[in-house]
Design a protein around this ligand. Structure first.
Ligand SMILES: *[C@@H]1O[C@H](CO)[C@@H](O)[C@H](O)[C@H]1NC(C)=O
Ligand SMILES: *[C@@H]1O[C@H](CO)[C@@H](O)[C@H](O)[C@H]1NC(C)=O
Length: 512
């Protein structure tokens, strides 16, 4: 199987930016995980549940976009049925047992629980579905990790401005409180919001995710502020009123891709690309000072003034709000997939629409063809970027405990997914490199348990350890080769770069 590997692998020789060298050997050794390290997989409600209008569930923004504008999705598909997890949850839990997972990360559908969007009416059938799923998992000792919000905002709230309306802070907090009341007796791991950058930039400042608003350099920043306040409010409610139930944890899951400089002169540009795309959310929560990163405030204020705005397009936090948001995450939840190189010179002038987030950031990104493995362009193979990202998080924020809430690789389908195996092994190895140097990583989550509706890419991008047959009414799930490899890592609690599965029959180990 190693014949399919690229001949040369990029490996970082040191943590100094720009010192990555190509070397033609791979470290071969068995690497042990810490005793209490946990492994899981993740999915999200709209991507797997289906049953979009069943048993009292009402419309969310993804239902709305796919109903009103079907071919905005690459294959003109939607999540109406998706993986039918609403009906197949027992099979989902069986797969968790086959893999030997410690935990499973899934999200709640707001409109399945609260059909009016508000706490005035609780949909019993929706609550029952999540109770069934949670109880089935607990029967086999698999910890539920719940994401409250993974992008499927109630359409009604969108029509009132969604994340640009400051009232969302209360709307989200009310929904969070209901979820804590319903499931807090059995659930100890809560994620407030998944990938703020995707929600705010791709959904509000661009048209690459619902609600496809595309109000550049304005709506994305309003969203960012309200989202952080909503997250903080949910955190404080849990901390004060629910944590004592069972000592649970609550945190946010940030998506952070790594931006690096190939040349010394672009080191600042790369640092600022990281500030704009993810530290915009981590600095307010994890830094000692709180608030948006200083460089972001400076650049957006300066550009806004030049453009004739009377105030910065980036809204300000009050001192009180800065304190309210700071320190509101028990872990640094990290979703990571990609690395880019950046440059910044005269070429960036007039390169982007004005105003826009990209123009404010002022960098141009590129990558190398060698970073691509497999057929899909969705993910690239740059394990050293993951190592550097974990290192920066450790250094910037006083080594917070980290949970890798997503990491994974897309293919175009097929059970023999060598490229995914290569990706997982090397990214997990890069994570272990950072841990050896002190990064406090507590858990790793593979995205995804199974193929699912990949947003505007529909079913053309497959991220699953299990393949899903979308022709079959029950959405039959079949383990890919990577599922056997992941299972082996979980079973042995070590990363053996040489492991070769000798069976394609998935069984449940004793005790699972
Ligand atoms: C900016 O840098 C890029 C990458 O090094 C280069 O290709 C481009 O020609 C430069 N543009 C200018 C105007 O110097
Ligand atoms: C993948 O990227 C290459 C350039 O790197 C581009 O030519 C090709 O069209 C892309 N394929 C898809 C399916 O987006």
């Amino acid at each position: 199987m190693w014949a399919r590997w690229p001949m040369f692998l990029f490996v970082c020789s040191s943590i100094v930016i720009g010192e990555c060298k190509i070397i033609n050997n791979v470290r071969h050794e068995v690497r042990k995980f810490p005793e209490d390290f946990l492994f899981g997989t993740a999915t999200a409600s709209y991507q797997v549940e289906g049953a979009w209008d069943k048993d009292g569930k009402t419309e969310n923004i993804w239902d709305h976009v796919t109903l009103t504008n079907p071919c905005v999705v690459k294959d003109c598909s939607n999540g109406d049925i998706a993986d039918d997890s609403y009906h197949q949850y027992k099979r989902d839990v069986e797969m968790m047992r086959e893999l030997g997972l410690d935990f499973y990360r899934f999200s709640l559908s707001w409109t399945r629980i609260l059909p009016t969007s508000f706490p005035d009416k609780i949909n019993e059938a929706g609550v029952q579905y999540y109770n069934n799923l949670i109880d089935e998992m607990l029967k086999y000792n698999i910890k539920p990790m719940i994401t409250l919000f993974h992008w499927d905002l109630p359409q009604k709230l969108q029509e009132m401005g969604g994340w640009t309306n400051p009232e969302i802070v209360n709307w989200f907090a009310d929904y969070a409180r209901i979820a804590f009341e319903l499931f807090g007796d059995r659930v100890t791991d809560w994620i407030t919001i998944n990938e703020p950058h995707q929600v705010c930039y791709h959904g509000y400042g661009d048209d690459s995710l619902a609600p496809l608003l595309n109000i550049k350099g304005v709506a994305d920043y309003l969203c960012a502020k309200n989202l952080l306040l909503a997250h903080a409010k949910a955190y404080h409610i849990y901390d004060k009123e629910f944590r004592s139930l069972n000592g649970g944890k609550i945190f946010i899951a940030l998506s952070a891709q790594w931006y690096d400089a190939e040349y010394e002169e672009f080191v600042d540009a790369a640092k600022e690309a990281n500030d704009f795309t993810w530290a915009i959310y981590s600095h307010p929560i994890f830094s000692e000072t709180g608030d948006f990163p200083p460089v972001l405030k400076e650049y957006v204020a300066q550009k806004s003034a030049e453009q004739g705005f009377y105030r910065s397009r980036l809204p300000e936090f009050t001192e009180e709000e800065i304190d309210y948001v700071r320190g509101t995450s028990d872990y640094f939840g990290l979703n990571h997939y990609l690395t880019y190189y950046v440059y910044r010179n005269e070429s960036v002038v007039n390169y982007y629409e004005s105003p826009s987030f990209e123009e404010d950031m002022g960098v141009i990104t590129y990558f190398y063809d060698e970073w691509k493995i497999g057929e899909s362009n969705y993910t690239k193979f740059v394990p050293w970027g993951f190592y550097k990202l974990l290192t920066r998080i450790r250094e910037d924020y006083g080594n917070p405990p980290v949970i890798i809430t997503e990491n994974g690789f897309a293919t175009r389908g097929g059970l023999n997914d060598e490229d995914r195996i290569t990706y997982y092994r090397h990214y997990i190895s890069a994570m272990l490199d950072a841990m050896e140097e002190g990064s406090d990583v507590r858990a790793y989550t593979a995205w995804s348990l199974m193929d699912n509706f990949e947003w505007l890419a529909g079913y053309t991008e497959r991220f699953g350890l299990y393949q899903v047959d979308y022709e079959s009414p029950e959405r039959t799930r079949t383990p890919r080769k990577s599922a056997f490899v992941y299972k082996q890592i979980l079973r042995t609690r070590e990363l053996d770069m040489h492991y070769e599965p000798d069976t394609d029959v998935m069984t449940i180990d004793e005790g699972h």
